[in-house]
Ligand binder design. Structure first.
Ligand code: NAD
Length: 462
């Protein structure tokens, strides 16, 4: 086959991008050998941030947004290269989303009561230095998004990132400090250590100068943070079911669910992890999944083989997390065309590939005899995480019933799950969804303290 000019250009771009990754600095600003030193630096920086005007904070945030846009592809390639998870195209979109839709200082507002007895305000003040723990699944996205919000609230932040995403995480921290310095702000608005471990995390959690810890990750880390004796924001695991009832536009539901489920190879904690379908439309849904949405129907034997690989020895195999459907199938010796995006099958809710949070494009379909049964099975599958759930229905009573029963921080109706992050839906973006501690989708105001400021019998000038 002759090589066209376009193909040559694509190859050159690919090589250039890889070279850029090789040359990307490990991170100079904000990176320390010792966790105590890192916290000291963030504390000194917070003293400066505390005195800055809201306009000055916003100026830094504007520069951060610009730098995220400029480096979106580099971040995406670094993340995939380092963790082996997700896909570059979707990770680029996630970074642009963080840059465009993470709230800044506009999220810091004042509530006022004015009347005969004077004027009372609620002002949102900073905590100081916040400790943050971040996952492998959205490493730079979480660090960038957390810092924008925390800085808008007047805080600085010390990160203990996942060791498996350290290069990408430190690159993000360096960029945040460069943005601050370029905008007239201090260095060390975000800091970390060269080698984060559970020990450095423990130092951070116990440190007297860290009043608040925001943990984004699985159940282990959230429990650790909530046992620290400090105030904790716990953004934990999910296992979001997508319920499809008999009133849904079934064809569109199939398309939306596969689009949400396959986004960044199913890494987002909000992504559809299984379907619960009312029996009367279950076959039609499966038909659309396979014939119109590039899903591969796994046989019983293939399901068993996948279970053995994906849940090796009963434990989630990290080598499978965030891999695409074709790669997962190749691990069990099944070769499929490149267009296959998702693996589907029908099974009971207890099927290990359905009940477990896998974070890969494997989508089991659970059949329910009617709507009430579907709600019951979906609630069981969500495991009380109160994280995310999705529904495809045109019946408002059904939607309301499901919303009340499942009681999650996020409920997307008739759209792919990523609409919850402001991608194809209204609202702001975050990669820290505080499911367990109830703050929901975090933003700058989440990282502030409410302060009541009272003037008695004066300043009411009505
Ligand atoms: P993980 O739990 O393995 O790691 C997350 C972070 O916690 C890492 O920095 C890790 O080093 C740290 N950690 C783990 N155990 C710890 C402990 N006992 N003490 C201190 N630190 C500890 O998670 P992951 O694989 O990186 O990410 C995937 C998980 O995170 C999934 O369960 C996903 O649902 C969840 N997640 C939730 C959100 C949310 O906003 N709710 C966002 C992204 C990911």
């Amino acid at each position: 086959m002759p090589i066209s000019e376009n193909m040559v250009q694509e190859i050159v771009q690919e090589v250039m991008a890889k070279m850029q990754i090789a040359e990307a600095p490990a991170g100079k600003h904000g990176i320390f050998k010792d966790m105590n030193e890192a916290i000291e630096a963030a504390k000194a920086s917070q003293k400066i941030v505390r005195k800055m005007s809201m306009d000055q904070r916003e100026k830094i945030i504007t520069c951060i947004r610009k730098k995220i846009h400029e480096n979106a592809e580099l971040f995406a390639r670094m993340g995939v290269d380092e963790t082996g998870m997700g896909n570059v195209g979707d990770k680029i979109l996630k970074h642009h989303l963080v840059a465009d839709k993470t709230p800044g200082t506009e999220d810091i507002t004042t509530t006022a009561w004015s009347g005969d007895r004077g004027l009372t305000l609620i002002e949102m003040g900073p905590f100081g230095v916040i400790g943050a723990i971040t996952p492998t699944t959205n490493p730079s996205e979480t660090i960038l998004c957390n810092t924008i919000g925390m800085l808008a609230g007047g805080n600085t932040v010390v990160f203990n990132p996942h060791p498996a995403a350290i290069k990408t995480s430190l690159f993000a921290i360096n960029l945040l400090n460069e943005a601050s310095l370029e905008s007239g702000g201090p260095d060390n608005i975000a800091v970390s250590v060269e080698k984060p471990t559970l020990e450095t995390s423990a130092v951070m959690m116990k440190h007297k100068d860290i009043p608040l810890i925001a943990a984004t990750g699985g159940p282990g880390v959230v429990t650790a943070v909530l046992s620290s004796g400090k105030r904790g924001i716990g953004a934990g695991a999910g296992n979001p079911p997508a319920l499809v009832d008999e009133t849904a536009d079934v064809r569109k539901a199939a398309q939306d669910i596969v689009n949400g489920c396959t986004f960044d190879n199913n890494l987002p904690c909000i992504a559809e992890k299984e379907i619960v379908a009312v029996s009367s439309i279950a076959d039609e849904l499966m038909h659309y999944l396979i014939t119109e949405n590039d899903c591969y129907l796994a046989s019983e034997e293939e399901q068993k083989a996948l279970t053995e690989v994906v849940l090796k020895g009963g434990k989630l195999n990290r080598k499978c997390v965030g891999r695409d459907a074709k790669t997962l199938l190749s691990m069990i010796g099944v070769s499929v065309p490149a267009n296959i995006r998702c693996i589907v099958f029908e099974g009971p809710k207890e099927h290990p590939l359905i009940a477990e949070e896998l974070m890969m494009p494997i989508l089991g379909v659970v059949r329910a005899k009617d709507f009430d049964d579907a709600v019951e099975q979906a609630v069981w599958l969500e495991h009380g995480n109160r994280h995310s759930a999705h529904i495809h229905s045109k019946n408002i009573d059904n939607i309301t019933k499901y919303a009340k029963a499942i009681d999650t921080a996020i409920l997307v109706k008739n759209a792919p799950s990523y609409a919850a992050l402001g991608f194809g839906g209204e609202g702001y973006c975050t990669f820290t969804i505080a499911s367990r501690t109830g703050e929901g989708l975090t933003s700058a105001s989440t990282f502030t303290k409410r302060r009541r400021c009272v003037m008695s019998d004066s300043l009411c000038i009505r």
